[in-house]
Design a binder for this molecule. Structure first.
Ligand SMILES: Nc1ncnc2c1ncn2[C@@H]1O[C@H](COP(=O)(O)OP(=O)(O)OP(=O)(O)O)[C@@H](O)[C@H]1O
Length: 756
């Protein structure tokens, strides 16, 4: 029975902790779980005491689970050391995932169902296939809050499943179906939930709770103060999980079926990255075995960004998800990227037409056999005439096979023709004879000549070095001007020394896949997808051909010359044309005034998109200040110093060309700085961020230096304005823009009260 409800009735929306001295009585007994709360009929009762007792008991239970895992003796169950190693590493992961993390409270919510859970149909049919999820609700029974005596079930919702020594759940994993109403239930659709309780923590201590009685018609719908507090909290350190406050529209994406690819278009700060990471955690929980076999991958724009997000999944108990940039994904052991393409060359190399050029080039060495193939076995000679060999080759070329697979099939096909002749001559050859014929030197010689081995890096090197070869392969696909633009200035001598660019590495990756199929993962999350070229989409797509993807991006933040113009086309290049496109519009990061200012750029950079709303209540500090050119740098340093007087992280974002000057000025002023993605701490909170690396990151207060220089740092104006849009939308609670040059007219014209 859950006595706190029947005793206390309805609560104000946020209940602060009572002073410990007044109500907290030390308990001598082992902490008691919430289904049998401590209560004293003679003293006023504080439900937080029961909730804290449940927290203490849950922590003890988690420690016991960890101790059990640590005590496992695998000596008897493993037949050999390989098995032992595998099993031990799984156990080590399990032990790690059972850590009680001080900064991540064990549970953050509670659901009291009206009826015993399982009596009504479960909220979601998409239940876990395995894992710790508790599908049929052995939660703690409670009595209905109005004292009517209806027995329902209470569940505590947390980051991981915790059970007591009898196996009864103390905390339910947020990903289990039973937890779903915590995110989705509403007064309109209570989903069988009588009470939803959210918990507030301060420094790891449970300090507050907030109740919603979803089936009580007298209680008005209200916004959550705890949610608001979480959104408004100052940011320090790397990205954190949002499990306690996932919003319904985000939850729909997080829990979407693994079978389809989901694409999310969302304005800055709408939680795309957060949603993508939580989706991986959800899919791993729901399809653990399948994904353990096939693997999962998160693709982000650069290392700083990956570093910023790398702690979210481990905090959710998921330690086994690979993270990579597209460049890492297509890295080739012999190839070093050391050159930069012009925007024109990179655009052509990233165009999907290059896939057709490469396909032709890979097959360009296949020749029509001119001579018959003569196989000598014992005293007999078997002859496959040239026209038959040609038929075999043509048939293989017509089939949708990888070049390498077709090459492997060719000797068997020739051998088959030899065997047909043997049978016609009255012999009865079996499979072993066919294999022997396929390995015959005469057959091997034919294969070598008509279907030569292709090395993908050497092939691309030849395409980019040899104008005649390129002209032949790109004929009718690339114009002569385009061909000239992609050719290297000087032909390269060898793979190791060639001036490879990032786009060239993608071409090599495509060629490799044309030769032998790239293995597919179970699920890929692709963040900041709007910046990928069609050829990069293809590179990511071939890594999830048999799996699915979550594609996250914002067309307005596309800052590459080949940035995605529309999702339908991008998803086509990814090989997932039937994906659902969802839109997130509620902004959790950027204050209202700041997003309104940044959104003035939208008509110029992405006219089809609507401005995001901001769910942050505090308007934030926002100022635009103009200075004489000679005093701008000093003013920026002063603005950083002032920002450091507040709580939270500070990001100084500036054009890449301003980095050296600003860095020197900050050093001279005695202000230490971090690089983007480096962890901010209480002592070290100022990060110097080149505008080109700002994407995906956020800082409590942003000092933005010289917008015109940020725009001018890009090859074209639209890209420049998009870069500025990204830079303007990194601020969580305050933005100070400092400039000497006029603001771009798209910003300045509409802000007569601001700037100069
Ligand atoms: N439901 C939520 N509850 C609390 N905080 C949230 C929620 N959703 C997002 N946030 C926070 O809002 C901030 C922005 O989220 P995120 O970085 O995922 O947005 P984004 O859409 O990827 O932004 P960008 O387009 O700029 O990369 C983060 O601090 C994130 O933790």
């Amino acid at each position: 029975m859950d006595a706190d409800r029947s005793e206390t009735g309805r609560r104000p929306s946020l209940v602060p902790v009572q002073p410990r001295t007044a109500l907290y009585r030390p308990r001598r007994r082992r902490p008691v779980p919430a289904h049998a709360p401590l209560q004293n009929p003679h003293t006023p009762h504080n439900p937080l005491d029961d909730e804290r007792a449940h927290l203490t008991a849950s922590r003890a239970a988690l420690r016991a689970m960890r101790a059990d895992a640590e005590a496992l003796d695998i000596g008897d169950v493993t037949a050999n050391w390989v098995n032992a190693e595998v099993l031990q590493s799984e156990i080590d992961l399990r032990i790690k995932s059972l850590a009680d993390l001080a900064h991540a409270p064990l549970f953050f919510g509670r659901l009291d169902f009206l009826d015993p859970y399982g009596a009504a149909p479960p909220p979601s049919a998409d239940g876990p296939k395995n894992g710790d999820g508790n599908r049929h609700g052995h939660g703690h029974a409670h009595k209905d809050g109005d004292g009517h005596g209806t027995e329902g079930h209470t569940f505590y919702i947390g980051r991981r499943h915790v059970h007591d020594p009898d196996g009864d759940p103390m905390v339910i994993d947020w990903r289990a179906p039973v937890s779903q109403p915590f995110y989705r239930a509403s007064k309109k659709d209570p989903q069988g939930v009588a009470l939803r309780r959210r918990f507030g923590y301060t420094g790891g201590e449970l300090t507050a709770y907030e109740d919603e009685h979803l089936t009580d018609p007298a209680e008005a719908e209200k916004s959550s103060t705890l949610l608001q507090r979480e959104i408004e909290r100052p940011r320090v350190g790397p990205m954190r999980d949002i499990v306690a406050t996932i919003q319904p529209e985000q939850d729909t994406i997080v829990r979407a079926s693994i079978d389809g690819t989901v694409c999310v278009q969302g304005a800055p700060g709408t939680g795309k990255t957060a949603v993508g990471l939580h989706r991986v955690a959800y899919l791993l929980y729901t399809h653990r075995d399948r994904l353990a076999r096939t693997g999962t991958l998160v693709v982000g724009p650069n290392r700083s960004f990956l570093h910023y997000i790398e702690q979210v999944l481990p905090a959710l108990g998921e330690l086994d998800v690979k993270q990579s940039t597209v460049e890492d994904l297509v890295a080739h052991p012999q190839l070093t990227v050391r050159a930069h393409d012009s925007a024109e060359a990179a655009g052509i190399k990233g165009d999907a037409r290059m896939a057709r050029v490469l396909r032709r080039a890979v097959r360009s060495g296949v020749t029509v056999p001119a001579e018959p193939c003569v196989v000598v076995r014992g005293s007999r000679r078997w002859r496959v005439p040239a026209y038959e060999l040609e038929e075999i080759v043509r048939e293989l070329l017509d089939r949708d096979m990888r070049y390498g697979a077709a090459r492997d099939a060719l000797p068997q096909r020739i051998a088959h023709h030899v065997l047909v002749r043997m049978e016609q001559a009255g012999e009865a050859p079996d499979d072993r004879v066919q294999d022997a014929v396929a390995r015959n030197p005469a057959v091997k010689a034919v294969v070598k000549t008509v279907w030569p081995l292709v090395d993908p890096a050497k092939l691309v090197l030849r395409l980019l070095s040899d104008a005649d070869f390129l002209a032949e392969q790109a004929d009718g696909i690339l114009t002569p001007e385009e061909q000239r633009a992609v050719l290297w200035a000087k032909p390269a001598r060898g793979v190791k020394t060639a001036p490879w660019s990032a786009a060239d590495a993608v071409l090599v990756d495509e060629a490799s896949d044309l030769i032998s199929r790239t293995p597919s993962l179970g699920h890929v999350v692709l963040d900041e997808a709007q910046d990928l070229s069609p050829m990069q989409y293809r590179a990511v797509g071939r890594r999830c051909t048999t799996g699915s993807a979550t594609v996250l991006g914002d067309i307005a933040q596309g800052t590459t010359p080949w940035a995605t113009a529309g999702w339908a086309e991008a998803l086509g290049h990814l090989g997932k044309p039937d994906s659902v496109v969802e839109e997130l519009t509620q902004g959790f990061r950027v204050p209202r005034d700041v997003i309104a200012f940044a959104s003035r750029l939208l008509p110029a950079i992405a006219p089809e998109l609507t401005e995001a709303t901001s769910v942050r209540e505090s308007p934030g500090d926002f100022s635009v200040l103009r200075f004489a050119p000679e005093s701008l740098t000093d003013a920026v340093v002063a603005a950083c110093r002032e920002a450091l007087e507040r709580e939270g992280s500070i990001g100084l974002i500036a054009a890449d060309s301003r980095m050296a000057d600003l860095s020197a000025a900050l050093r001279a002023a005695g202000l230490a700085t971090l690089g983007p993605g480096e962890e901010t701490t209480e002592d070290s909170r100022l990060t110097l961020v080149p505008a080109t690396l700002a994407k995906g990151l956020e800082y409590d207060h942003v000092v933005l230096d010289e917008p015109a220089a940020i725009v001018g740092g890009e090859p074209d104006e639209r890209t420049g304005l998009r870069r500025l849009y990204v830079s303007l939308t990194r601020a969580v609670s305050g933005l100070t823009v400092l400039h000497a040059a006029p603001l771009p007219p798209e910003l300045a014209d509409r802000s007569p009260s601001l700037g100069s």
